[in-house]
Design a protein around this ligand. Structure first.
Ligand SMILES: Cc1cc2nc3c(=O)[nH]c(=O)nc-3n(C[C@H](O)[C@H](O)[C@H](O)COP(=O)(O)O)c2cc1C
Length: 252
């Protein structure tokens, strides 16, 4: 199913490579046209989608999140434990990247990274973040936002050392987000890191940090073929008898 109607004609003038004269902003070359055609041909919500009854949703978001991640995995969604992590610098400029979810429990959503990376520096300056999961196999999206804390060196090390040799080797390479001089430089550092990770599975990586995002908002979005998408938002509340959370539906 696609929402795209035909593009406006003045954005589609046949002037390939027009770079001098004319209004360059209004010209689209052959590559641009082919790209737009490709985009128009792509579909979303083109699979059998599950239904979601928000009335039957639990009082807290965590059990529903765990259920949805399991259902995404069972529906064949590749890498359902990857998520977009958005942070902002001290001036409020946002940045986003993909990271892996290491756990989700009563404390929050856990992920690991280097403290000195761009995201690590941004989290130090502004310890708040947002996460986004999108699982096309089930037409579902989950957004999580809240305060981020560091789990501490012991727990961070334990989390890293529970993971694969490759994960340890990657962490040992370090210098994440610094400018790299050449691919050869990375190859040498990576070779040495793999060798050390195999020899020393408990090798320390002091910059590696386990972060925990404690949510104050979690939104569940169930896509619907007729575009009657269901959005259920949980907001943390101090009110008694709500399980600590308020629930509300949102217009899609
Ligand atoms: C599927 C996937 C999983 C990733 N998982 C992580 C991760 O768990 N931790 C991490 O630091 N970077 C991970 N990365 C790399 C980040 O997307 C990013 O390139 C890196 O963390 C540097 O980001 P920054 O410069 O904004 O700090 C992953 C990338 C992909 C594509």
């Amino acid at each position: 199913m696609s929402d795209h109607s035909a593009g406006s004609p003045h954005h589609d003038t046949a002037a390939p490579g027009a770079d001098g004269g004319g209004d360059a902003a209004h010209t689209v070359d052959a590559a641009g046209r082919a790209f737009r055609q490709l985009l128009r041909g792509l579909r979303v919500w083109d699979v059998e989608l599950p239904s979601f009854d928000p009335e039957a949703a639990p009082a807290e978001p965590l059990p529903l999140f765990r259920q949805w991640l399991r259902e995404a995995a069972e529906a064949g969604q590749p890498e359902p434990h990857t998520m977009a992590l958005a942070t902002a610098d001290a001036a409020g400029n946002p940045s986003v990247r993909t990271v892996m979810l290491h756990d989700a429990d009563e404390r929050g959503w856990h992920f690991g990274s280097h403290r000195g990376s761009r995201k690590g520096r941004e989290l130090a300056a502004r310890p708040r973040a947002a996460l986004d999961f999108y699982w096309p196999a089930v037409g579902r999206q989950v957004r999580v936002g809240g305060a981020v804390t560091e789990a501490g060196p012991k727990e961070s090390a334990a989390d890293l050392h529970r993971r694969s040799t490759g994960a340890l080797a990657a962490a040992l390479v370090g210098r994440q987000s610094e400018v790299l001089g050449s691919v050869e430089e990375l190859a040498r550092a990576s070779e040495a890191a793999w060798e050390r990770a195999r020899r020393e599975p408990e090798a320390p990586v002091p910059s590696w940090t386990l972060y925990v995002l404690e949510p104050d908002e979690v939104e569940f979005f169930q896509g619907d073929a007729r575009r009657r998408h269901v959005r259920l938002n949980y907001r943390r509340s101090g009110r008694a008898g709500t399980g600590g959370w308020e629930r509300e539906l949102l217009w899609p």
